[in-house]
Design a protein around this ligand. Structure first.
Ligand SMILES: Nc1ncnc2c1ncn2[C@@H]1O[C@H](COP(=O)(O)OP(=O)(O)O)[C@@H](O)[C@H]1O
Ligand SMILES: [Mg+2]
Length: 115
């Protein structure tokens, strides 16, 4: 279990300032929720913590280790996406066969109801 996660992060997308010195300290055993209107930056903050986005400025510390220079796989964070399907417009079977069936007519693929 962690003792302490702390961060202070800014993220700009072009001229859009989504997070401006968003800072928080979380201690082991605490349960934290980000609550806010759509578009306020909740997912951006989680993506920054997971390492899927780079901050415009700021730092992330887990106990005594600085995390923000580390790639996602070395941070020890898990994240479940709100929309977890890479290709939400495709059925399960088509998502599974998308790569291997490249170049094959889609009419040859299993229909949506079969898998
Ligand atoms: N990759 C991106 N490029 C440009 N703007 C983005 C990007 N990701 C998010 N945004 C913008 O940042 C703001 C915050 O988005 P987001 O973190 O997804 O909000 P929330 O999760 O709170 O609904 C929104 O205005 C969104 O359009
Ligand atoms: Mg979101």
């Amino acid at each position: 279990m962690i003792d302490r996660l702390r961060f202070k992060l800014s993220k700009h997308f072009g001229a859009k300032n989504v997070l401006d010195d968003f800072a928080l300290e979380v201690h082991g055993g605490e349960f934290v929720t980000f609550l806010g209107p759509s578009g306020c930056g909740k997912s951006t903050a989680l993506n920054l913590l997971a390492g899927l986005l780079q901050p415009t400025a700021g730092e992330i510390w887990l106990d005594d280790e600085r995390l923000d220079p580390l790639p996602p796989e070395r941070r020890g964070f898990g994240m479940v996406f709100q929309h977890y399907e890479l290709f939400p417009h495709l059925s399960g079977s088509r998502r599974a066969t998308r790569r291997s069936c490249r170049g094959v007519s889609s009419s040859a693929w299993p229909s949506r109801g079969r898998w």
